[in-house]
Design a binder for this molecule. Structure first.
Ligand SMILES: Cc1ncc(COP(=O)(O)O)c(C=O)c1O
Length: 373
């Protein structure tokens, strides 16, 4: 039996309809996974000479394969260096908690991913959130709070927000940041890598802004269909992380087969350029179909593969997703408190392998379901 106060927390989740449960679905049309390009099924399992990495990177986990892969990653992303982490969660935790020191300030978008918020909690710096994608608000906070002596300021945001699919105005954001030499940008490109830019290079590179960014995070569990992540930045940052990022230092390195898989995913991304155009065209088509189905007002504006249909209330959104699943579509509800109350939603992820007909039929069914809710 677990302690009573934990049982109370669970009972609260039951009561407000936000209980999380592990469920498997099979044979449904995928409108839910982060496998935007279908790479998880395309990549061939690789034979490797050993299973586990046998130690952390600073001990026996460091191999030539790691070194070569990090060089390959850095070259693709046009950056001095790349450092692998076991996941995007670990990358954010290690990077943010180590670079933001006591006396520093973190300004982060209020919709930042949980891994960013957890990292901020671990760091010794002060933190303030700015309103979602609101550069006016960020500018006010920068003017008011970034003048202390010896203070470094880290602005943290995402290229494509995981729950809304929208993007910041990176050009204007960088203009703001570059006004002061002690302000640095950390950009989480988890959902942009593989989906944004002609080669799937992500938002910063698609705008040729990569050299203006202190650190970028790319993850391999989404469009790349693998697992793991890398922090992209300068040589000095790399050296700093190897010495101070605890989620890099105190964990077993990724196994060889995972490294091979990431390397193959980069090759595939460069071989299958059309796949990214296909995905981007499908997103445009989807936006037209949303209008056609009469659902425009329910959908958040998004030019990325993450589309959201707002259906207020945990019970209602769960009901809608269940009905869609019964019709053969894998679409999951995002409940409060993961998103603010009143903004519960269906999160619809588009993939290069989804067809326009599938999208049209699904949206027509969704319109009927919503009418009857
Ligand atoms: C914006 C963002 N950053 C980081 C992560 C964490 O990445 P990973 O799944 O590799 O731990 C996610 C995953 O959901 C994410 O959406």
């Amino acid at each position: 039996m677990i302690p009573e106060k934990l049982l109370i927390k669970l009972a609260q989740r039951h009561a407000n309809g936000s209980m999380r449960e592990l469920r498997t679905t099979q044979g449904l049309i995928d409108f839910s996974s982060n496998d935007y390009l279908g790479f998880s099924k395309k990549l061939q399992p690789q034979a490797s000479t050993q299973h586990g990495a046998t130690g952390s990177r600073l001990l026996t986990g460091q191999t030539e394969i790691c070194q070569h892969l990090e060089d390959k990653i850095a070259a693709f992303h046009k950056v001095e260096s790349a450092l692998l982490f076991n996941s995007g969660y670990d990358a954010n935790l290690g990077l943010i908690s180590s670079v933001a020191r006591r006396g520093d300030l973190i300004l982060y978008d209020e919709y930042s991913h949980a891994s960013i918020r957890d990292a901020i909690k671990l760091s010794d710096a002060k933190s303030l959130k700015f309103r979602h994608n609101d550069l006016g608000h960020l500018s006010i906070l920068l003017d008011k709070f970034s003048e202390e002596e010896n203070q470094q300021v880290y602005v943290i945001t995402e290229s494509v927000f995981s729950m809304d699919g929208d993007m910041p105005d990176l050009i204007e954001l960088l203009k703001l940041i570059k006004k002061k030499s002690n302000v640095h940008l950390i950009l989480d490109e988890a959902h942009a890598f593989g989906t944004i830019g002609n080669r799937g290079e992500g938002l910063a590179q698609s705008l040729h802004l990569e050299t203006d960014i202190f650190a970028r995070i790319v993850t391999y569990g989404k469009a790349m269909g693998c697992h793991g992540a890398a922090v992209l930045g300068g040589f000095d940052l790399n050296q700093f992380l190897v010495n101070f990022a605890r989620s890099f230092i105190y964990t077993t390195a990724m196994p060889q087969h995972a490294l091979h898989c990431i390397s193959s995913a980069y090759d595939l991304l460069q071989q299958e350029e059309n796949i990214i155009t296909d995905l981007q065209l499908l997103v445009q088509k989807f936006n037209r179909l949303v209008i056609q189905s009469g659902l425009k007002l329910r959908f958040r504006e998004s030019v990325t593969p993450i589309q959201t249909c707002i259906i207020e209330g945990n019970d209602k959104v769960k009901k809608a997703s269940l009905q869609l699943q019964n019709l053969g579509y894998d679409i999951r509800p995002i409940l409060s408190p993961t998103v603010p109350e009143g903004e519960e939603r269906l999160r619809i992820c588009l993939h290069s392998f989804n067809t326009a007909v599938e999208c049209e039929e699904m949206l027509n069914q969704l319109a009927l379901i919503i009418k009857k809710l």
